[in-house]
Design a protein around this ligand. Sequence first.
Ligand code: GAP
Length: 460
Amino acid sequence: MSDQDAGPACEMKADLETITSLAKRRGFVFPSAEIYGGFASTYDYGPLGVEMRRNIRDSWWRWMVHGRDDVVGIEAAIVTNPAVWRASGHVDVFTDALVDCLECRARVRADQIVDDTCPSCGAVGRFTQERDFNLLLRTHVGPVEDESSAAYLRPETAQGMFVNFDNVLNSTRRRLPFGIAQIGKSFRNEITTGQFIFRTREFEQMEMEFFCEPSSGELWYEYWRQERMRWYRSLGLREKHLRLRNHAPEELSHYSKATADIETHYPWGWTELEGVAYRGDYDLKAHTEHSGKPLTYFDPQSNEHLVPHVVEPAAGVDRVMLALLMDAYDEDIVADETRVLLRLAPDVAPVAVAVLPLSRNERLVPTARRVWDVLRPHFRSAYDDAQSIGRRYRRQDEIGTPLCVTVDFDTLDDDAVTIRDRDTTTQVRVGVSVLIEVLRERLNELCPATEAAPAAPAAP
Ligand code: GAP
């Protein structure tokens, strides 16, 4: 089966409205500035959302930086010298073709019009000519607001790695191949709205530029396509909701020799989660040309300077979070009632362990809080004593907490608690003295199995 064919029928159980409503109700994602009517394509993350995003970022950094011996990290400025964006091509070619509907005045992306029909009012064949619209968000730096002080909020983190190529090379004395990774906010004046956190004007990227010998570029491109798929599976995203799609030649960006999208099945169909691009030497050459500073690597074997080739896996925190919420959403029947649960892997669930006293009884609460004190340094944990125990289990299921620890009246005598499993609802009794080890073991069992890494290309 080719990469394009991969992925049988989607089995997502929730539509976008269900996820948006759960995300707001439970404190994952709020419409930004809601008390002022919100702000298009802009969202704020609530207490559970920030934990989940942190887990995604931490996992990516462990996978891409700390777990490897050939990648280092940086954090570059969001607003930098606008010359960077002229060299990268963003000032000239980072555009969407737009048309206006002559009937309802809606402005829409030309590539999203189906059957010459306005997606807003349904009018057919009533559009203006296409015009290019630049997606860069402009600002001004310094006291004067004129063309000379114009600057841009970065539309991608990637250029930070290219303009710092020499700094990283000199400060770390790296040999090819090596990567530079960064996680941070990017900004685009997106026109398409209404896809929740899939496409926003402010979003967070996790990008890595992998510099290699030109002769091994194709091999590293193949390696990173496989390696990135492995990361998504490690987060618990189901195989049937993941696929790799190679770009057709006419789809390729101006800088790309080859690109594959890692896609998942969002409510509107298969769409990009991450792009893996073979950028060749486009960026280092462009910055060399515009800055006048040669960005090359001295190869000690051939005694020559060469311009490395680059393979770039570029993912978005917000899209990964939406994909995980969609994929994890489930409904089943427990005790004759429908329950909603998020089958999130322990590594990404906002809360790993919840401590619940059977009731607010004055003898139980101090004991339960003592158990929580013991667990807090070891697990992302929460405490809940409001309402019946059944309702609290449902609340934890709905936010994806894999394990609950229940403190009951027997605990006062035997210093043991009950561990309740989200997915199966089975319960086991465990002594508080061994609770940390047992929970750790159970959470490990619930993590997706570790797969072997693809073989890295041999040195040329
Ligand atoms: N440096 C290459 C680059 O930026 P991209 O495909 O435009 O490539 C990479 O962006 C990833 O960033 C996307 O796969 C997506 O996950 C995320 N992303 C891009 N635009 C986004 C937006 N408007 N909202 C949310 N995420 C976005």
